[in-house]
Design a protein around this ligand. Structure first.
Ligand SMILES: NC(=O)c1ccc[n+]([C@@H]2O[C@H](COP(=O)([O-])OP(=O)(O)OC[C@H]3O[C@@H](n4cnc5c(N)ncnc54)[C@H](O)[C@@H]3O)[C@@H](O)[C@H]2O)c1
Length: 250
């Protein structure tokens, strides 16, 4: 995969999948901006990338707030002179049946997963238009197909798929590609915290018979984000060990 000394920002990259994406891109010589809401998480990932010889900058910002998103991109462009790759990875879940789901549960999840993705795309695409170059990669979830107890999460991730397709149409002629990845079960602290019997049940429902790693997602992001993927846009790829084949399994 080829990267022409690009600059990338990955939201929610203070841990989990986002950290894996940032580290993978850094291995390709990409300068990476680590964004999260937690300063300690940001500092740790920046330090580890820098210790490994990569170039990294940390920015604490809440992607649900337009002013913070605007300031973040201003800081990135003021340090690197450009922003070429945006990975919308930050996401949260508050799973409950619709009976128990509060309006706040709905609003909070939609705010981070969908509105946050909209805001970063809106601001970053202005810089990318000026450069006539951009790669946007959005992280949805296999759950966009539907998941019992996940009305808010599933709807937000379905929204990310629709947003991807729409922005690909709007930004294609500006040299900007917009693609999406729908991960299945990935081994992050979130998953590790589940009770063993729940993990075993989820594993049984995997056609691949295994849980994916953050590297599985990072490799796919790197491909979409590379210079090589210039003729692919508006696409959503499942990286889920085949679980999307059984769309009705929550
Ligand atoms: N882990 C999985 O199995 C799995 C499966 C499918 C999809 N996903 C998606 O992958 C992405 C990453 O998931 P993960 O498992 O690494 O989760 P995670 O909780 O480990 O990491 C998400 C990060 O986003 C940050 N964040 C939350 N709100 C934010 C905000 N408003 N602004 C900036 N950062 C914010 C968190 O602090 C956290 O560090 C999410 O979008 C998630 O929905 C994960």
């Amino acid at each position: 995969m080829y990267f022409n000394q690009r600059v990338a920002m990955i939201t929610g990259s203070g841990g989990g999948i986002g950290e894996g994406i940032a580290k993978r891109l850094s291995e390709f010589g990409v300068s990476v901006v680590i964004n999260d809401v937690d300063q300690a998480k940001v500092d740790r990932v920046v330090q580890e990338i820098t210790d490994n010889g990569g170039e990294a900058m940390g920015i604490v910002a809440d992607i649900t707030k337009l002013a913070e998103v605007e300031n973040m991109f201003k800081s990135i462009v003021s340090r690197f002179g450009k922003i070429e790759i945006l990975v919308n990875n930050a996401g949260i879940a508050k799973d409950r049946s619709i009976r128990k789901m509060t309006v706040e549960d709905w609003d909070t999840v939609l705010a981070v997963n969908l509105k946050g993705t909209f805001l970063t795309c809106k601001v970053a695409s202005e810089y990318m238009r000026e450069q006539s170059y951009g790669r946007i990669v959005n992280i949805s979830s296999r759950a966009w197909l539907g998941g019992a107890g996940q009305a808010n999460y599933s709807a937000s991730k379905g929204g990310v798929v629709s947003l991807t397709r729409t922005l690909a149409l709007e930004l294609g002629k500006k040299g900007i590609t917009v693609n999406c990845i729908a991960p299945g079960l990935i081994d992050t602290p979130l998953l590790q915290a589940l009770p063993e019997e729940v993990k075993q049940r989820l594993l049984k429902a995997q056609p691949s018979g295994k849980i994916g790693s953050t590297k599985d997602i990072a490799h796919t992001v790197a491909f979409f984000a590379s210079d090589d993927a210039s003729y692919i846009t508006g696409q959503t790829i499942f990286v889920c060990g085949g679980k999307s084949l059984f769309a009705n399994i929550g």
